[in-house]
Design a protein around this ligand. Structure first.
Ligand SMILES: *Cc1c(COP(=O)(O)O)cnc(C)c1O
Length: 459
C-alpha cells in the first residue's frame, strides 16, 4: 500500500510515514495511491461480521504493510473496550429515517471511534521504532477531548491541544482540562478555531520547529482517522439496507473528515447513492455547490460549535480525487486560495462532485425546532449537530433510504437540549464527576511565537 500527497503524486510514503507525519511537508494531505476495494462477494461476507471484526478487515486493507492482522485485531479490541456498548455504535430507526449513534466512546462524540484507535497505533509504532513524539492538535471542541483521552498516560508521547478560548461548551472544555496527566497540555487561544488550525498548519510548515519537537498530528487530516471512520459506513449499511440497494448518508460536517470517510467507503464499493453535507450557518460547502466558488468567510458561532469551521481541510482530498489525482491542478487551486482567499472549481469538476454529494445548511432556528420535534414525536433527545444532520436530510429529496450520523451525545450540549425539550440529558455513568474536577489550561494571546515557545518549554 503506497501513499502520496495531494500536492505531489510522485513521492511515495508508507503507512507509518503517513501516520506519524499527519500532514505532508509540501502542505498537502496524504491519500492512498489507489483506494482498495471490496467485491460484492466480499460485501456478502463482511455483512456477517461484528463491528470489531469488520473494523479489523477494513483497517487491514490500508495498513497491512505496517501491522499483522493479529496486531490490528488487538488494536481494535483494546480501542473499543472502553465503549459503553459492545458493538461500538447503535442504530435507531425513526419514523422517516435511521440514526446511527456514534457517541458511545469515553468523550461522547464520534471522534472517539477513530482517536482511540490512533492512540493504540501510536503505542505500537513508537515502541517498535523506539521513537518519541509530540502531538499538536487544534480543536473546535470534540477532537481535543477525544485525542486527550486516547493519549493520556501513554509513554513516549506528549499532547498539546489548542482550543479557541470561550468558544466551546463548558462540558467540552472540562473533558479536556480536567484530565490530570503529565503528558497533556491544554492551550486556550484568544482566537477562533480556524486560527488554531492555521497555527498548527504553520507550525507544520516550519521545518525547523517541526523536526525539533518531532511533531505529529491527529487532526481530522490524519489519514488513519479517515480509515477508522470508514468502518461505520459499512457496518450501518449492512444493518439498514439490502445488499446492492443504494442508500444515502446525511453527515453533520465541519472539517469534511467524517463525510470524506463515507466517500472512501463508496469508492471501496459500498452502494451509496448520495452523501449529504449537512452544515450549520457556516455553509461554505453549500456555497461551493451553488456557485463553484470555495471562499472561506468569517466563522459564525452556533449551537453546533464542532461545525463552526470555514476551512474544511479534508475537502482537498476530494478536490484531488475529482481532478483525477492531478496534484499539479490541486497545488494551483491551493495557491489561489492562499493568494486570493478563494478558488473556483470548473463546471465539469463540480458536476463530478454532485454525482456523490449534495449539501444543505440548517439555521439555528431550524436546528432548535428539530431538537424539539424529535423529542415530541420520537421521545428521543438529540444533540444540535445531529439535529443539523436530520434537518439537511429533511430539506433534500433524494431516492432511497437515508441514514443520519448522530455525532454527539445530547448531554454534551445539555443547555440547548433542555431549553427545547424541558428535559436535561444526563451524562452517562462516571462522567458526571468531571463537572466537579479542577481544570488546568494555559491561556495564550493571538501570537504564534508565544504558542511555539510555550510548546518548546514543555516538550
Ligand atoms: C467534529 C464533529 C463534527 C464534524 O466532523 P468533521 O469530520 O469535522 O466534518 C460533527 N459533529 C460533531 C459532534 C463533531 O464533534
Amino acid at each position: 500500500m503506497e501513499y502520496i500527497s495531494t500536492r505531489n503524486k510522485k513521492k511515495k510514503y508508507s503507512f507509518k510515514d503517513v501516520f506519524l507525519k499527519g500532514l505532508a511537508s509540501d502542505g498537502g494531505l496524504f491519500v492512498p495511491k489507489i483506494i482498495p476495494s471490496f467485491s460484492s462477494k466480499d460485501l456478502k461476507k463482511l455483512k456477517k461480521l461484528t463491528y470489531k471484526q469488520l473494523a479489523t478487515e477494513v483497517i487491514l486493507k490500508f495498513c497491512g504493510d505496517e501491522f499483522k492482522k493479529s496486531e490490528i485485531k488487538n488494536i481494535v479490541e483494546k480501542s473499543y473496550k472502553k465503549f459503553r456498548i459492545n458493538n461500538v455504535i447503535k442504530i435507531k430507526k425513526l419514523k422517516k429515517m435511521s440514526l446511527i449513534e456514534l457517541f458511545y466512546g469515553p468523550t461522547l462524540a464520534f471522534k472517539d471511534i477513530a482517536m482511540q484507535m490512533i492512540g493504540n497505533m501510536y503505542g505500537i509504532i513508537l515502541k517498535k521504532n523506539n521513537l518519541n513524539i509530540n502531538i499538536i492538535v487544534a480543536t473546535s471542541g470534540d477532537t481535543g477531548a477525544a485525542a486527550i483521552d486516547a493519549i493520556k498516560n501513554k509513554k513516549n508521547v506528549k499532547i498539546f491541544v489548542l482550543h479557541p478560548h470561550k468558544k466551546i461548551s463548558n462540558i467540552q472544555r472540562k473533558f479536556m482540562t480536567t484530565v490530570n496527566s503529565k503528558n497533556v497540555f491544554n492551550i486556550a487561544l484568544d482566537g477562533n478555531f480556524d486560527l488554531c488550525q492555521r497555527y498548527i498548519k504553520s507550525m507544520f510548515a516550519d521545518e525547523k520547529f517541526r523536526s525539533s519537537i518531532k511533531m505529529s498530528a491527529v487532526n481530522s487530516i490524519n489519514w488513519s482517522r479517515i480509515v477508522a471512520q470508514v468502518v461505520y459506513y459499512f457496518y450501518s449499511y449492512f444493518k439498514v439496507a439490502k445488499l446492492e440497494k443504494k442508500i444515502n448518508f446525511s453527515v453533520p460536517t465541519g472539517n469534511f473528515g467524517d463525510i470524506y470517510s463515507g466517500y472512501v467507503a463508496k469508492k471501496m464499493g459500498l452502494p451509496i447513492n448520495k452523501l449529504i453535507i449537512a452544515t450549520n450557518n457556516n455553509d461554505i460547502l453549500k456555497r461551493v455547490f451553488n456557485t463553484g466558488i470555495y471562499k472561506p468567510q468569517k466563522v459564525k458561532y452556533t449551537i453546533s460549535p464542532s461545525m463552526d469551521i470555514q476551512v474544511a481541510s479534508n475537502f482537498e482530498r476530494l478536490i484531488f480525487d475529482v481532478h483525477s489525482c492531478n496534484s499539479i491542478a490541486v497545488t494551483k487551486l491551493m495557491q489561489e486560495l492562499k493568494i486570493n482567499g478563494k478558488f473556483k472549481i470548473k463546471r465539469k469538476i463540480l458536476k463530478k462532485i454532485k454525482l456523490s454529494f449534495c449539501s444543505e445548511s440548517v439555521t439555528e432556528k431550524e436546528t432548535k425546532s428539530i431538537i424539539k420535534n424529535i423529542y415530541k414525536n420520537e421521545k428521543l433527545l438529540i444533540d444540535p449537530h445531529t439535529a443539523v444532520g436530520i434537518g439537511a436530510a429533511k430539506k433534500i429529496s433524494i431516492k432511497g433510504k437515508t441514514v443520519v450520523l448522530s455525532t454527539a451525545h445530547p448531554a454534551k450540549f445539555s443547555k440547548v437540549v433542555f431549553e427545547q425539550t424541558g428535559h436535561e440529558p444526563k451524562l452517562p455513568g462516571n462522567l458526571k464527576k468531571i463537572l466537579l474536577k479542577k481544570e488546568k489550561f494555559k491561556r495564550l494571546p493571538k501570537n504564534i511565537k508565544k504558542v511555539k515557545s510555550y510548546i518548546l518549554q514543555n516538550v
